[in-house]
Design a protein around this ligand. Structure first.
Ligand code: AOF
Ligand code: ZN
Length: 362
């Protein structure tokens, strides 16, 4: 195995950028990109198709055609070796005549797990693993979390005022952040498989939690409400739009008979009711359905529940310029009191707001 060259890193960076563009579109498959390079020129490039198939490699090879012979393929995830709904990508690469394959991350899927590399090497193809490994881990973080830990990757989003509040008691939505931040939140939603709020937020704000940003309207994630006693009104925007974008209402397993009526009403309106007593149970259930990424969007109680369970991997903190005052609803934390164990990865200014991206330091 040789160390990746500058050129390898340049093409892998391009592949990772391409893969990131389809995050949220390929579930339950990861978004993987493949770039085929012949004599320094890109002759084929593709990302996993919406819905997860075809995989990246077969599409990139189709574009390259005969030019793939002797070329180098850059793939963000180890090419698959299993016969799933499509034949193995490793076979397609071998048949194409590529001379070398550069991989960022090995695939933890137990059907693959190094077998893709073995197939390629057995066929005489040079394989280099680990180019831009950290970037690969980040781009595939949700998929890797589900594969390795059998739970989705959890990001907690909070919009906090200067005085550490997330809203005002008795009021619906309070505008804490500006238009650019709100558009960024829409992008975050589009990139995630599922989005979650507590019943407090669902009842107070009556949000629909869909993606409305121009061009991303078809990328609304599944919506989940933590609602132990099934109080979510059937007339809420969430339930009324359940036919278009799925809604899962998470209730206690042991509910009284009155709840059976509410459950039936929610189900008749198209929502799904899922029983889970604790957050780890919920995450296990979501992972087993192929949900790799979860965005927790509010409010304070839901945020605290995930933090207390130690099940937050990323914090996306938007701090707006306004001050709310005494009747405010206090955020579990603000910029000055980030929970222990998180490190700042990125910061940006969105108009008058400050955005900070914290990652759990493991
Ligand atoms: C690749 N290239 O573009 C992707 C891969 O359900 P299946 O048969 O599509 O298999 C899903 C698995 O395929 C997934 O868990 C991961 O191992 C791999 N994804 N592999 O060679 C791709 N998206
Ligand atoms: Zn494949």
């Amino acid at each position: 195995m040789t160390a990746p060259t500058r050129e390898d890193e340049r093409f892998m960076a391009a592949a990772l950028r391409l893969a990131r563009r389809s995050l949220g579109l390929t579930s339950t498959n990861p978004s993987v990109a493949c770039i085929i390079v012949k004599d320094g020129t890109i002759v084929g490039r593709a990302v996993t198709a919406p819905g997860g198939r075809p995989h990246a490699e077969t599409q990139a090879l189709a574009e390259a055609g005969e030019k793939a012979r002797g070329a180098t393929a850059y793939v963000t995830l180890e090419p698959c070796s299993h016969h799933g709904k499509t034949p193995p990508c490793a076979d397609a690469l071998i048949a194409s005549g590529v001379a070398r394959v550069v991989i960022s991350i090995l695939d933890p899927d137990e059907r693959v797990a190094g077998r893709g590399v073995v197939m390629l090497r057995d066929a005489g193809i040079a394989v280099d693993i680990g180019a831009l490994h950290a970037g690969g881990e980040q781009t595939l973080e949700a998929y890797l979390m589900r594969q390795r830990m059998k739970r989705p990757h959890v990001a907690l989003k909070l919009a906090v005022s200067q005085d550490g509040m997330i809203g005002r008691t008795g009021e619906g939505q309070v505008r804490i952040t500006g238009a650019i931040s709100r558009a960024q939140v829409q992008v975050l939603r589009a990139e995630t498989d599922a989005i979650l709020v507590g019943i407090g937020t669902a009842a107070a704000d009556d949000p629909d939690l869909t993606v409305r940003l121009h061009g991303l309207e078809d990328r609304s994630p599944i919506r989940i409400v933590l609602d132990r006693r099934l109080d979510l009104p059937v007339r809420s925007k969430l339930v009324r739009s359940a036919q278009e974008v799925p809604v899962i209402v998470v209730a206690d397993a042991s509910l009284d008979e009155n709840a059976a009526t509410r459950r039936a009403a929610l189900e008749a309106a198209g929502a799904e009711v899922l029983n889970a007593d604790a957050i780890p149970d919920l995450l296990t259930a979501l992972a087993s359905r192929g949900i790799s990424s979860l965005l927790v969007e509010g409010g304070a109680r839901a945020a605290r529940a995930f933090l207390d369970a130690g099940l937050v991997d990323r914090i996306l903190l938007f701090t707006g310029p306004i001050t709310i005052g005494e009747d405010g609803i206090r955020s579990p934390f603000d910029r000055q009191s980030i929970p222990a164990g998180f490190v700042l990865r990125r910061t940006a200014r969105y108009g008058d707001d400050i955005f900070e991206d914290y990652e759990r330091n493991i």
